[in-house]
Design a protein. Structure first.
Lengths: 292, 295
């Protein structure tokens, strides 16, 4: 089953929660997927070994001017201004292309071949803790992260019956949605600030649209204002855990270490989160079966 | 006219809090919230919305079951590169890229292809100049296009009202809306934090800034949480031709000001507030030394 760690707002502690959960889970029962391909960080904590890297590309048009009749059909079909006719030449703007192949399909002269543009890399490695990490690294300068995110998610092999922990990118637009759709459960990492609440609410709306069940982990919970608690009650979302703010914890994370290794009181909190997630997944599975 | 974009790579380093403060300190400026899918600047900058306009994003394909000219030929299903069309000929709007290939090739004209309203754009007044911001609809696309439109509008206003500075609060990451926030900016202010993740992400966003030929300034937020790492970042700036704009200590006043709906420098006179003022002094003198772009 897939548990996706998300937040809306950046920097609330998604990656911290994802990697510490992976460490606390029984050995051999989890795999981690970092879908924040623009700024992946899980590998900084997990420090995987035996890394296998694969370059990921996407199709862009490659025009053979010997065959081109300058009919302009390619320019007409392209919605992204990626191919255009200027002074009797066809110009391609690779970074604008969405790889729909409309231009090559519509070209009556067969002048458009398949070229390629590098999106980034897909990487897999093994943690010394007995689980695999798969992540994507978007090429700097590349605008489109969703196709690479899809490649990372394609590596999830649902057949092997493990718990797949997915680290989502911040925000509520395409990269976050592509990551969160088809998650079995979303673990929302929230902070008790007005920015945190605003962005949490946006993510919750998105998850409702996608039909993904969810629970909240309050991170750096030190204030007594309870704005997230009030919201969670109104929306009927369970707060699974509160991780208190401490300079100690901030230091451990800053160095790229695992909280569960160094702070026993936080380890206990993560063990509890893990059990609650498993319980939630079990009841989701049961209700799915009941519905069939 | 100068354009300064505040970015970080990693989320949650304090971009918006710092933008709100420098937008309050700058004598006259246009400020843009370019983090359109998780906009927060409006929460911390006193403002009044004076103009609202809907944002038309890309097109979406739709097979209309009422018109029912669909013959089930499967042409659209075969041509779609995004697996957005299922075998029962419904279109998944999340997967649809809006390329229009299905509508173009449908022999029965059964697919409509209309422009979508994807959000709202706002212009607000604040104490020292306009704020341009937006709200992208939940799970909507075209954030890059929306950012470009906000920046265009801001430039137009700056020109008309003779405002010498545009400050943009950028989104996290390095993808589409970040590229739209950074392209043609004169300078970037990178807000980083002294953590392994912060440093890793800062280097990627710096590389992007270099590709875009922007001058690069950097400040460290919550610098005292990890002084050794802060020193390393300073060294990194020195050896990579990045102007160092200062460091800001961890201060609970930052979150308190947010809760009061005010910028840090308006709300507090404490350590972080002083440090941000110093950062702004440095940034504005760096900006003075940076030549205007020709575009």
């Amino acid at each position: 089953m897939i548990v996706t760690v998300a937040s809306g707002k950046g920097g609330t502690g998604k990656t911290t929660v994802a990697v510490n959960l992976a460490v606390i889970a029984p050995e051999g029962s989890v795999e981690v997927f970092d879908c924040d391909v623009e700024e992946p960080n899980a590998h900084l904590f997990i420090k995987p070994e035996n890394i296998v890297t694969k370059e990921i590309s996407t199709m862009i048009p490659d025009v053979d001017m010997n065959l081109c009749t300058l009919c302009g059909e390619c320019e007409k079909i392209c919605r992204f201004s990626a191919i255009t006719m200027i002074a009797k030449k066809i110009m391609v703007f690779p970074e604008m292309c969405h790889s729909c192949k409309g231009c090559s399909m519509v070209c009556p002269a067969g002048a458009i071949k398949e070229g390629s543009r590098v999106l980034g890399s897909l990487l897999t490695g093994q943690s010394s803790r007995g689980f695999n990490l798969t992540w994507g690294e978007l090429r700097v300068g590349e605008a489109m992260s969703p196709p690479l995110i899809k490649q990372v998610k394609n590596k999830i092999d649902k057949g092997i019956g493990k718990l797949f922990i997915v680290d989502a990118p911040p925000g509520t637009s395409c990269p976050a949605v592509v990551t969160l759709r088809d998650a079995d459960f979303a673990l929302l990492v929230a902070e008790e600030t007005p920015f945190g609440l605003n962005d949490l609410a946006l993510t919750v709306e998105g998850l409702k649209k996608l039909g993904v069940p969810m629970g909240i982990v309050l991170n750096r919970a030190d204030m007594e204002n309870g704005i997230i608690d009030d919201y969670a009650v109104r929306e009927n979302i369970e707060i699974l855990q509160r991780i208190p703010f401490s300079r100690e914890a901030a230091k451990v994370c800053a160095k790229g270490h695992f909280l569960v290794d160094e702070l026993p009181e936080i380890k206990a909190l993560f063990q509890d989160i893990y059990l609650k997630i498993i319980n939630n997944l079990n009841s989701i599975q049961k209700s799915d079966k009941g519905g069939q | 006219m100068k354009e300064l974009t505040v970015i970080s790579g990693k989320g949650g380093t304090g971009k918006t809090s710092i933008t709100a403060s420098i937008a309050s300190l700058a004598e006259k400026r246009v400020v843009i919230d370019a983090d359109v899918d998780a906009a927060n600047l409006f929460l911390t900058l006193e403002h009044k919305v004076v103009e609202t306009e809907s944002f038309e994003g890309g097109h979406k394909a739709e097979i209309n079951p009422d018109i029912c000219t669909c013959t089930g030929c499967g042409e659209c299903f075969q041509r779609c590169q995004f697996d957005a069309i299922s075998l029962n000929f419904t279109i998944d709007h999340i997967s649809c890229e809006g390329c229009g290939v299905c509508a173009h090739f449908c022999p029965a004209d059964a697919i409509s292809f209309e422009r979508q309203i994807c959000g709202e754009k706002f212009i607000s007044t604040t104490a020292n100049g306009p704020m341009v911001h937006a709200r992208l609809g939940i799970a909507e696309e075209n954030s890059g296009l929306l950012v470009s439109q906000l920046r265009q509008r801001a430039r137009q206003m700056a020109k008309e009202q003779h405002i010498p500075l545009i400050i943009t609060d950028g989104p996290p990451g390095i993808g589409c809306p970040v590229i739209a926030s950074v392209s043609n900016a004169d300078a970037l202010l990178i807000v980083t934090e002294p953590t392994l993740s912060g440093m890793h992400d800062m280097q990627r966003v710096m590389k992007l800034g270099r590709q875009m030929n922007a001058a690069i300034y950097l400040c460290i937020n919550k610098a005292d949480l990890n002084p050794e790492a802060s020193e390393k970042i300073k060294e990194f700036c020195g050896s990579n031709n990045i102007r160092f704009a200062g460091e800001i200590p961890f201060d609970k006043a930052v979150i308190e000001s947010m809760r009061m709906g005010q910028s840090l420098v308006t709300y507090s006179d404490g350590a972080a507030s002083h440090a941000v003022k110093k950062v702004w002094q440095n940034v504005s003198s760096f900006l003075g030394e940076t030549r205007d772009r020709l575009i």
